[in-house]
Write a protein that binds this ligand. Structure first.
Ligand code: FAD
Length: 464
């Protein structure tokens, strides 16, 4: 049976409190012992973090690899039993361990053990070199009815299908933007769902400008095209889901043709009966620890140099927190970060892989933007902040009538972003709706109980 981990944002699957019940955390009754000190600490065991750990060990360093999930592989690799990312010899792997805070000077605060267990072990670990590889999570945008049972993020639907062989529904519609919608369709049909269609809000012709950068992805795209053809799944562009309907759970959706700005083309609306919907509008980087470390963030991502060094001495970053470009790019960046942190010389081949991956990432971002017209799909009663159930009209009043002009005042007047996920889910949408920038400053990166803090085991690096 699937279960929802019960906290606002699960760092294993990074699913905010949608009704997804998709958490992949496997309860493990044995909390980890106090970690020993190592040369390098890597946070995040996805493609970037695992590659970083492997490269650093190969260059003679000792490494601690921390992840809140029980298995290696991150969002891309963890679900697959034959994951290419399993087993990193010579590494102190701390699974089921969340880094909930970082102090200046690279002092990490950890909580080890199952998320809901009363006996999680709190400890402190100093990182001589720190590699942040915390990845990204699904971006969802609000629309009327998106809070109904049966509306899932595409990543959550895929996690259930790949990880637990569970289908989120029998008649499923997939909507959003980006190539990630295609593996989601493949995963859903593999567990017996009937996928009624994949609705891509943008147009693939935008890829023309970045065609060369995506050549290496053609075999993968051909495989997805074959899956769509075999299962007669229509792939429709410039169309999306603008509303979900139902009482207890979704029973139908309204889809509509949208123009280049994502405004609804009048008269193009269609009602489709479904028992589940997946929505995915790209990814949002998981920046909390990078911001807490003082790293410079530029255009929404951690800024790094060609050796993956951030603006803070001793702190490196790799993978989707530096830009969204897929697992290969994340792994290439991780390798460079690991070699740099271990004091090695970065091979040119790795730099070339990163360069190629970043060109692809830029083409991806150009071809699949989120356009402002989504705001016109909302009604005054559409929920924007799911945790605190703040509706669109409340936000509007906070700005227009109560004069909220900064993020703090907006939160205090409307309660937006004050719930369990702390604005991770709605932050971007709120910023676009109000014009008030989303300030990603969450010194506490994961929920923590006060009782757990009182038992924090402080590790003295000098006695390692
Ligand atoms: C839900 C989802 C599904 C995806 N599925 C596919 C797919 O099928 N095919 C594909 O090509 N690409 C997929 N992608 C994109 C792919 O995951 C990425 O390209 C790739 O995984 C990025 O690697 P990464 O190492 O940067 O981050 P991730 O793989 O996201 O790994 C980051 C890791 O950091 C850990 N972490 C984060 N914060 C903390 C913390 N505070 N403490 C401890 N651990 C922490 C997380 O648990 C996670 O394991 C998916 C992305 C998402 C979000």
């Amino acid at each position: 049976m699937s279960f929802f981990c019960g906290i606002g944002v699960c760092h294993g699957c990074v699913q905010p409190p949608l009704n997804v019940r998709a958490c992949q955390h496997i309860p493990d009754a044995t909390p980890a012992a106090v970690p020993r000190a190592t040369d390098i600490v890597v946070v995040g065991a996805g493609p970037a973090g695992v590659a970083a750990a492997k490269a650093a060990v190969a260059h003679g360093a000792s490494v601690t690899l921390i992840d809140s999930a029980p298995l290696l592989g991150g969002q891309y690799g963890r679900q697959a039993i034959d994951s290419p990312y399993v087993g990193v010899p010579g590494v102190q792997h701390l699974p089921n361990t969340v880094v909930w805070a970082i102090e200046p000077g690279r002092r990490l605060h950890l909580l080890s053990g199952p998320l809901d267990a009363p006996n999680r072990v709190a400890s402190v670990l100093d990182a001589p070199h720190l590699i942040l590889a915390t990845g990204a999570y699904d971006r969802a945008i609000p629309f009327p009815g998106w809070d109904l049972l049966g509306v899932h993020t595409a990543g959550a639907a895929q996690a259930l299908a790949k990880g637990r062989r569970e289908a989120i529904g029998q008649r499923v519609l997939i909507a959003g933007t980006g190539p990630f919608l295609l593996p989601v369709a493949e995963s859903l049909v593999s567990v017996g769902s009937r996928v009624l269609g994949v609705l891509e809000a943008n147009s693939p012709t935008r890829w023309a400008r970045g065609a060369l950068t995506g050549l290496h992805k053609i075999p993968e795209l051909a495989r997805y095209a074959a899956v769509l053809a075999k299962h007669r799944i229509p792939y429709r562009t410039k169309r999306t889901v603008i509303a979900a309907h139902g009482i207890d759970r979704v029973t139908s959706v309204t889809t509509a043709k949208i123009d280049g700005a994502w405004n609804v083309v009048p008269g193009s609306e269609q009602r489709v009966e479904v028992d589940a919907v997946c929505v995915g509008f790209g990814f949002v980087p998981q920046l909390d620890l990078a911001v807490a470390s003082g790293c410079l963030v530029y255009k929404g991502f951690v800024r790094v140099d060609s050796a993956q060094r951030t603006s803070v001495a001793g702190v490196l970053a790799a993978g989707e927190i530096t830009g969204v470009g897929g697992a290969d790019l994340a792994a290439a960046e991780g390798e460079i970060a690991g070699i740099t942190a271990a004091g090695g010389r970065v091979p040119r081949a790795a730099l070339r892989r990163v360069h190629k991956g970043r060109m692809f990432a830029e083409a991806l971002a150009r071809a699949h933007p989120v356009r402002p017209g989504w705001r016109s799909w909302l009604t005054p009663n559409t929920i924007i902040c799911r945790c605190e159930r703040v509706v669109h009209d409340t936000l509007r009043q906070a700005v227009d009538l109560r004069g909220a002009a900064d993020s703090r005042t907006l939160k205090l007047t409307s309660r937006v972003g004050l719930g369990r996920c702390q604005g991770r889910m709605c932050g971007r949408a709120v910023a676009e709706l109000t014009g008030i920038p989303d300030v990603v400053r969450r010194p506490i990166a994961a929920p923590v109980r006060l009782g757990e803090l009182s038992k924090e085991n402080r590790h003295d690096p000098g006695t390692a």
